[in-house]
Design a protein around this ligand. Structure first.
Ligand code: DNO
Length: 363
């Protein structure tokens, strides 16, 4: 397991590269050029500048999260071909800079969604929270009206320019079913995966978060059966999964340990975090510790150890603790604690002192 840490870039993140460098065992940042709109080609000079900046702190840039997918690709519009071409050009440049894994998602309109970014956890810390009933029965067009009327509904991850397009996006998705979305995803994979194979890149789709349809929009990367179907859409080692325990874990029916064993060689990237799911379907993000949430993080790390996982992992979100002011979910302290918990579990699953390991090798 190679440990990484998401970094949003200079001026965009309260955490510094020097701090990341000091978290034990972290070798890579997980990064993106967040200001480039989906569908545009990334400039090579900016990719290389980022690589040099990370290298100056002894960190690699092997994992990008995300190269986002233009909505026209998800909608299956004729304009998608030009956006897919740009996507492949970006992949070529990333490969040139040494990138090994590209994480992306195929969620219509929204990325991850929460209703409260600073929900009290009960111990003085706060965390990301999802209140199911606030989303469940919301009519998308009613939602647009609420937003225009300055509703208090928090929509993390919504850029202002996105909000203004929201009404037309909802309109565009009218009539787009899950089956359409599967078709559009296959069309994308059939173009992009051969390029990834040539470039030595592994594509890693991120599950939908939460893993169920919202606002009447279809969502398909939601559980084990659908992940199996996804992998079969284009059967190649370059077509993989970002196995996110927190996203999938918001549905307690998801057996994440089972997924790790079933999809073992198709998981180039693991997001490991815990959530506590309440009886009414609400959930709050917790510390990584198994006992603090609903997801069996100890079992998950053991499963990764059992399959000999040598891909990239990151702690994913953390709570906001010790009065840290940071991007919601992306502070330094709780994620660093999470990493040490993950390493502790990993080492406990099969620690061998370096001398013993060497002897093992020689024999
Ligand atoms: C949330 C993240 C997601 C993820 C994208 C991948 O914090 O895990 O935003 O980056 O869905 O494309």
């Amino acid at each position: 397991m190679k440990m990484s840490f998401r970094w949003f870039g200079e001026g965009n993140d309260t955490v510094t590269l020097s701090q990341i460098r000091q978290i034990p065992g972290v070798t890579d940042i997980v990064w993106s050029l967040h200001d480039i709109p989906a569908g545009e080609e990334w400039p090579l000079d900016r990719i290389l500048a980022l690589r040099d900046q990370a290298a100056a702190h002894g960190l690699g840039i092997n994992v990008v999260e995300s190269v986002n997918i233009h909505e026209d690709i998800k909608l299956g519009l004729p304009s998608r071909d030009a956006y897919i071409e740009n996507y492949i050009k970006t992949m070529e440049k990333l490969a040139q800079a040494g990138v090994k894994v590209i994480c992306y998602n195929f969620m219509p309109v929204f990325d991850w969604l929460r209703t409260d970014l600073h929900h009290p956890s009960g111990d003085g810390s706060t965390a990301l929270f999802y209140e199911k009933s606030r989303i469940e029965n919301v009519d998308p067009f009613e939602l647009v009206r609420q937003i225009n009327a300055n509703s208090t509904l928090t929509m993390p991850g919504w850029e202002p320019e996105r909000l203004s397009h929201l009404a037309s996006l909802f309109e565009a998705y009218r009539g787009v079913t899950e089956e359409h979305l599967w078709d559009h995803l296959k069309y994308f994979l059939d173009k992009v995966i051969p390029a990834a194979e040539t470039l030595g890149i592994r594509m890693a789709i991120h599950p939908d978060d939460p893993p169920w349809p919202i606002f009447g929009l279809p969502r398909i990367i939601t559980g084990q059966d659908n992940l199996r179907r996804f992998l079969a859409l284009h059967d190649s080692p370059a077509n993989g999964i970002t196995l996110c325990s927190g996203s999938l874990g918001a549905n307690p029916a998801n057996d994440i340990v089972g997924m790790i064993h079933e999809f073992a060689d198709r998981i180039p990237f693991a997001h490991i975090r815990n959530v506590k799911v309440f009886d009414n379907g609400d959930f709050i993000e917790t510390s990584h510790r198994t006992q603090d949430g609903t997801v069996d993080i100890a079992g998950i790390v053991r499963a990764y150890h059992d399959i000999g996982f040598d891909g990239y992992a990151r702690p994913d979100h953390g709570r906001h603790i010790w009065d840290e002011q940071c991007r919601p979910g992306y502070g330094l302290y709780d994620r660093a604690l999470g990493i040490m918990y993950l390493w502790g579990l990993w080492d406990a699953a099969g620690y061998r002192a370096p001398s013993a390991a060497k002897e093992g090798h020689a024999s």
